[in-house]
Design a protein around this ligand. Structure first.
Ligand SMILES: Nc1ncnc2c1ncn2[C@@H]1O[C@H](COP(=O)(O)OP(=O)(O)OP(=O)(O)O)[C@@H](O)[C@H]1O
Length: 386
């Protein structure tokens, strides 16, 4: 498949002419943007810098403010406060249609009476691009979104995944500065979500477009994103690459939201040069320091694949430390991993093992071991009413 957009320099327009903003094309800078509904903040004053060409995801539970922020970037909502710059230009009060932005929503929003090619061509016609250039661009987009052979079909003759590809092709046809995607895979079944997710990423990279993507699905965010921001209660509570956020969550909410984790309450006893000392039960442990922690009540977050099973009462091997003793309550074979459930003095834990390794038995007593660098320390949340 030849995709000419792959070689188009970042900043070239759909008709091939050079854009003016060079390699800042698609850079989005949100400064102190905030919005309230009836006096209740939907988005607290927020700063965000999405780099040119980046795939950036806003990830958070329902009602956390993701769509509000996306709609402000789109110009569909006016912020109460703050400024928005795209490519260094202040567009805070610029109407949507002049922001040079492409959208893809969950519900496809295709024109039912237009074919795939006509849907993709629609915006180019509105912009009065000459017919020959329109045809070339439509062919390029049909190729980019891998819909060769479907150009003359109507939306009703396409699967959900194919319709979403058309929506992507239509959004990208005008070579927008920024592509905004609001849960675009939400209506698709799981298998298709994974397949189209990978396609969305490929298309974004090959078209060299900055993307801001909204989802509540952590796996989707991991597959797609260069960086992401986790949102809660109208705030971005942590920014970083998927790996940074997974390994070094700043707080309990981020630790729990980004996948399964084991949580061992403890007390911070000291810190030095990037590491923290913490007491969990009878065990003194070293963990990664977390500058966001203020008090002494902490929680050690350890992912299931980071816990290691050791013999009960056996010497702890060098480089490891014992975080708890536990009894195995359940052993499940899950294909790519074996999931072991345990009870560590009232704390329910899980450990993922290589399925090829010998399986322990229910009732076995074990030690839970962990490397110092794999304990993420977060502040304990205050008890309700405290
Ligand atoms: N038009 C509105 N009027 C009043 N409150 C609103 C309106 N739109 C959104 N809200 C509120 O603003 C907050 C943020 O909503 P937003 O749609 O941005 O969340 P979200 O993270 O995108 O959620 P979801 O994943 O469910 O779409 C929520 O508490 C929501 O109830």
């Amino acid at each position: 498949m030849s995709i000419s957009t792959a070689s188009r320099p970042n900043g070239a327009n759909a008709d091939g002419s050079a854009a003016t903003a060079g390699d800042r094309r698609g850079e989005v800078v949100v400064s102190d943007i905030g919005l309230d509904y009836n006096g209740v903040p939907a988005l607290a004053d927020t700063d965000l810098h999405v780099h040119a060409g980046e795939f950036f995801t806003l990830l958070g539970p329902s009602g956390s403010g993701k769509t509000t922020l996306l709609r402000i970037i789109a110009g569909l909502l006016d912020p109460a406060r703050g400024t928005l710059h795209i490519d260094g230009t202040d567009v805070t009060r610029t109407p949507t249609q002049k922001r040079d932005i492409g959208f893809v929503f969950q519900n496809y929003a295709l024109f039912p009476h237009l074919t795939v090619a006509e849907n993709i061509e629609y915006g180019l016609k509105v912009r009065k691009l000459p017919a020959a250039k329109r045809a070339a661009r439509v062919a390029e987009m049909v190729d980019l979104v891998a819909l060769g052979g479907y150009a003359d079909r109507y939306p009703a003759q396409l699967s959900g995944g194919q319709q979403q590809r058309v929506a992507l092709g239509r959004a990208l046809a005008q070579n927008p500065r920024v592509l905004l995607l609001d849960e675009p895979l939400g209506a698709l079944d799981r298998g298709l979500r994974e397949e189209l997710g990978a396609e969305v990423r490929r298309i974004q990279q090959e078209s060299n477009t900055t993307a801001v993507y909204v989802t509540h699905d952590q796996e989707e965010a991991f597959i797609l994103s260069d960086r992401m921001g986790v949102m809660r209660d109208g705030r971005i509570c942590q920014l970083g690459t998927p790996e940074e956020l997974y390994r070094e969550p700043k707080d309990l909410f981020v630790a729990k939201f980004l996948g399964k984790t084991n949580l061992f309450p403890g007390r911070l006893t000291g810190t030095d040069a990037g590491s923290a000392h913490v007491r969990v039960g009878d065990h003194d442990l070293t963990a990664r320091a977390n500058p966001a922690i203020a008090g002494a009540d902490v929680v050690c977050s350890v992912r299931p694949e980071q816990l290691i099973l050791g013999g009960a009462g056996a010497a702890v091997p060098a480089g490891l430390q014992r975080i708890a003793d536990a009894a195995i309550t359940e052993v499940r074979f899950l294909g790519q991993r074996r999931s072991i459930h345990l009870d560590a003095d009232g704390i329910a834990c899980s450990v993922d093992l290589d399925p090829a390794a010998p399986a322990p038995a229910v009732g076995d007593r074990v030690s839970l071991l962990v490397r110092p660098g794999e304990i993420a320390l977060v502040a304990a949340e205050p008890a309700a009413g405290a």
